[in-house]
Design a protein around this ligand. Sequence first.
Ligand code: ADP
Length: 550
Amino acid sequence: MQTLHEASEPNGSRSNGRHLARVESIPASILLVDDAPANLTALEAVLEPLDARLVRANSGEEALWKILAEEFALVLLDVQMPGMDGFRVASMIRARPSTSTLPIIFLTALSREPSHVFKGYEHGAVDYIVKPFDPSVLRSKVSVFLDLYRKTKLIEQQAEALRLKERQELERRNEHRFRGVTESVADCIWAARPSGAFYYANRNARQCSPRPAGDSFSLLEAVHPEDSTELERLWSHALNAGEPFELECRMRHSEEDWRWHITRGVPECDEDGRILGWIVSATDIHRRKQAEETLVAAEQQLRLANEAKDAFLAAASHELRSPLSILKAQAQLAVRRLGNDTSDFPGKAFALIDRQVDRMARLVEELLDVSRIQHGRLSLEPEQFDLADLAFEVSERMQMTASAHEIRCEVPRGTFLTADRGRLDQVLTNLLTNAIRYSPGGGEILVGGEALGHEVRFFVRDRGIGIPPENHRTIFERFGRAHGSRYGGLGLGLTITEGIVLQHGGRIWVESEGEHGKGSTFYVQLPRSIDSEVLTTDGMAAEANANAVA
Ligand code: ADP
């Protein structure tokens, strides 16, 4: 298996610096520049023993081209040349950053006058030799520069070798740590090259291999056949786009056993964002997946059971209606036959049956309403009316059943709206029934209302036991009760109430601190007209009138 370090240098071009060159063997080139070929030949003869490559240039221009093309240890430059003279060539060499430190020795037949010598040094000469020159002096001067060049090169090579060694050591340590970590984690881990070829798999990943020795590094071989097409698709998209991917899929656990894993692949990038390779990990989520599947199955069962229960309740409620009305009719007939005497048996018993049948009939109606609301079958019969009339009417009716309470109604006359009057009667009745039931100590109950532009709002406020804030939403759910069974009631009234309000396009909410004696206030806000299509012409005129009054 290739190491991670090798992976980061895919072409394997490595030098570990163990075979460092000796100083003398470091190649060096000298550029000889002179317009006279005979002079160049003479220079070659003198410098030949120095074991350096000698490169000729017959003009300043040619010298510059050669310097651009390769690296030199030294330039021997004739000063007097036709066209570009030596001083100009030297200035141009100095001007280029990459050759600004290249040593130049001027060769001249001119006088040794100090001004001339200065000009040479000003143009960057490191030395100045006057022709005809002494061969041994020239050779020894050149050899000093050659030596300097070679030693500098050697130091550079050593520094580079050291850097490489440190880098390799760092990579070796990183790889060691990576393997240590990947072998010890519970996840499966694979590493792949930028091309997508897998070259490493940790122990857990190798165990997912179908091969007996578990020596496969391939991710795709470890995946369940039904999931492999999708994984292959995501993997090739990730490779093309250079983007991470994620998939829940089954991985081989043993011959016949597959376990759910969440598989994620992420690219490894360098500082410039170039992809160096890929790391793919797979985390076992089998238990979670099984729990999810169990939950989904349980939910499905629950839903079916719930639907069956609802269907039963609806059917049973419907079927109960006719026997109840027959019972009531018979009980009333019996009381009449007894001369309406309900003070004693059997008249008293028939009157009791009559009242209990009423209770049962109400319950049956509630159950049917819940079923209608649930199935969106609650139909409305809108009409134009004054909310104040309805509020006073319901308040008065409820007052008759509540001697311990004082029901006050403060809805301003002329609060017109178009809605189903019968259903809103039911809403107010439910809210007042609750206000009475949940203020067992009696006290004042206020029914208020007002017009708010295109809407009307009314409320029922009591001073009873209140509703804890955490129950403000649940009490509107079916069978949702905030105070258990202590006060009677099934927990259906507010469900129906909210259903009616929503059907009108309105909303209902409660405000209560949940403290005894501070009570609760239920608010209902409705559009003044639920649906113009169901209004009669008269109704519309009446509504326009109502708006004018408001
Ligand atoms: P129930 O028949 O139980 O009264 P509702 O749906 O009308 O059914 O009300 C649901 C629950 O909301 C009640 O059981 C009660 O706990 C709470 N509740 C409703 N109205 C009031 C109120 N005015 N004050 C205190 N609690 C209330």
